[in-house]
Write a protein that binds this ligand. Sequence first.
Ligand code: NAG
Ligand code: NAG
Ligand code: NAG
Ligand code: NAG
Ligand code: NAG
Length: 368
Amino acid sequence: MKTISLLSLCTAAWSHALPHSDKARIVRSRAFDRDVDLYANWPSYDDLPLDASYPTKAAWGVWGADDELGALNHITNDTIVAASSEIQLGLAMPLNLQLDMPGPPPNPARKPLQHLFQPGDGYTDDVVVMNTQVSTQFDGLRHFPYSTNNSVDTYQWYNDLIPSYNDVIGPSPSETLGIQVAAQKGIAVRGVLFDWAGWMDSQNKTFDAFSPTSITTDELDAVAAWQGLPEDWSRAGDMLVLRTGWVRQYQTLNETGDVLLPIGAGTWIGMEASEQSLRWLWEKKLSLVGADNPAFESTPFNRTIHGETRSLHQIFIGGWGQNIVEFLDLEALTEKLHQLGRSTFFLTIQNLNIVSGIASPPNALAII
Ligand SMILES: *[C@@H]1O[C@H](CO)[C@@H](O)[C@H](O)[C@H]1NC(C)=O
Ligand SMILES: *[C@@H]1O[C@H](CO)[C@@H](O)[C@H](O)[C@H]1NC(C)=O
Ligand SMILES: *[C@@H]1O[C@H](CO)[C@@H](O)[C@H](O)[C@H]1NC(C)=O
Ligand SMILES: *[C@@H]1O[C@H](CO)[C@@H](O)[C@H](O)[C@H]1NC(C)=O
Ligand SMILES: *[C@@H]1O[C@H](CO)[C@@H](O)[C@H](O)[C@H]1NC(C)=O
């Protein structure tokens, strides 16, 4: 197996001697030395995958064969310090929707949030039971493997670290690639807003966010220019945040409209699932992507990419170890950034620290 490890501080050799439950802690503590050039051997999009036996455009081995952080490795001490200069007004703006929104969940297989109350002696408690794929959500690396026709026996997870489906959802799940890894990493980044919906409005162009409309990289380049971003706007570790207009359109629905919402049929606007999108995104060295829609990418999930039937979900999560944040509420932030003539902001994310977890509310907070 050919791997190009970018990590000179690899702890893998001695981590094997430790009990498994210590592993996440070690992954987290794999701090980067400021003197190491992380990108000295950085593969181009055309170099992917590093081994011909790996699935379509996977970045397996790029951060080391045992790596569980994936694209979060782009977040370093230096990127966090640089991102902190985005804090100028001291205005903190939460980006999570209410936990019961959208309600009912667009995918009927996902049960709505349950919120119960429990009395105590001199105190009160409440109990929340939720599917982590409802409301604003951070997709962890156990959420989406590569597959052929969704068939379980073809599942392949990031870095090929999970031998079987049962290790993820069986009675004694393993911890590998669990959401605790992202929860313990400490996610603080520069967010870069791409207000595609606002750009469409500026041209008096209408669109239906509940239709399978694909947003292309050419459009995103035009959005960047419209917002006044320089052509070389990206910095390693950035999170790209795409406003498609989905949440805005959702918020216009009345109660009857909610219930009738046609997204159960699985159509929505989002980034085009194509080689062009992947190349554009890979070259930006993003730590994360996020959007105000159900999946960042548009539907359906079965486009042809590099000659295979693939989704961005498969390649981001299963291939690059790149998490996706969905159903972000970007409305107030977008309005404020436009007022200020800005596109960038400081952003923190704190996932639930649940060992073996698959996804989490991101508790996303923008600070400008
Ligand atoms: C980088 O941050 C980590 C904690 O996240 C810390 O342990 C490490 O010492 C820092 N490195 C430098 C060079 O400051
Ligand atoms: C996937 O499903 C399609 C449609 O049912 C079928 O034509 C194709 O042969 C399947 N591919 C594989 C590799 O099983
Ligand atoms: C959009 O419509 C407004 C109001 O009708 C008009 O003032 C403006 O010039 C239009 N902009 C474009 C780009 O067509
Ligand atoms: C509620 O939304 C539905 C679907 O969009 C629409 O047909 C209906 O007229 C709306 N009702 C009210 C009272 O606005
Ligand atoms: C992709 O999915 C759509 C919607 O489910 C379906 O109509 C179409 O046949 C699928 N295409 C392929 C190539 O599997």
